[in-house]
Write a protein that binds this ligand. Structure first.
Ligand code: FE
Length: 278
């Protein structure tokens, strides 16, 4: 087993999106434009309503999946096909935009903490124009693995080394998406497809990665390269996301909410959106 090492550390860029929501863009900037198949990763964390109350009014998506994971707060989503729901703390919405949806994502709260993540997972060319689909899981539907010594793994997608399997399905990139609580001094290991791209986002604490013990600080994303196993040790009590997926290795043409293979397909998406063909 060759352990993955820390190849790159990304701090992300504070920015606003939607109607004025304060976010940190971690993947999808000039620092890390994409990490195939991941197109974007945003983190939002605030207890100031001014940072989130404006939400994300109606906007389109085509050609990929959005994965929203909330740690705190509530978000109501509503699309132009009549699909509507609320994501609650610990809940996940894995949305396949496919050929296109128009939706809103609005905070279902006027105060208090809103904390979560949105990841964009690319779709292969053959699936970009598939019908939109949703996989939605409440906190209770997420698989939780309790190991000894207080280690706790919430598994959204993929299977842990101990066999706990997350509910979300994606056969195109075979993703891992895990939320790990690791007490001080504890080690966490996870097998990963050698071809997969893998990252760790540290929510809190301090993590030593691999045998080189390169360290990650809170709010940093570590890109992990080269190997079939991820090994991290918490130097203090830590919580982190582990996300991995096989690259699609296809050309990417993206502009705003449309991610296709060619520029012509992106222009077609704008045309379809403007002419009410979503
Ligand atoms: Fe959206």
């Amino acid at each position: 087993m060759v352990n993955r090492s820390l190849q790159q550390v990304i701090s992300g860029v504070p920015t606003t999106d939607g109607a004025g929501v304060q976010i940190t863009r971690i993947i999808g900037t000039s620092e890390l434009n994409m990490l195939d198949p991941f197109l974007l990763l945003d983190a939002f964390e605030s207890n100031n309503p001014e940072d989130y109350i404006a939400g994300f009014p109606d906007h389109p998506h085509r050609g990929f999946e959005t994965v929203t994971y909330l740690l705190a707060g509530r978000v109501r989503h509503k699309d132009n096909a009549g699909h509507e729901g609320v994501i609650s703390p610990g809940g996940v919405q894995w949305m396949t935009a496919g050929r296109g949806i128009i939706h809103s994502e609005m905070p279902e709260q006027e105060d208090g903490m809103l904390h979560g993540f949105q990841l964009w997972v690319n779709l292969p060319a053959s699936e970009k124009m598939q019908a939109p689909a949703y996989q939605e899981f409440s906190a209770e539907e997420i698989a939780v693995e309790h190991l000894g010594s207080g280690v706790e793994v919430r598994v959204i997608a993929g299977t842990t080394d101990h066999g706990t399997r997350g509910p979300a399905e994606n056969t195109f990139v075979s993703p891992l998406y895990m939320d790990v609580l690791l007490p001080a001094g504890q080690k966490f290991t996870q097998a990963v497809d050698e071809a997969a791209n893998a990252v760790i986002y540290l929510i809190e604490g301090e993590l030593a990665v691999g045998f080189t013990h390169s360290k990650l600080a809170p709010h940093q994303l570590g890109v992990l390269q080269g190997g079939k196993q991820i090994v991290v040790t918490a130097t203090v009590g830590s919580r982190f996301l582990l996300i991995a997926g096989r690259p699609l290795n296809e050309p990417v043409a993206r502009r705003g909410p449309f991610v296709m293979n060619t520029r012509a397909e992106v222009l077609q998406a704008f045309d379809d959106y403007q002419n009410n063909r979503f």
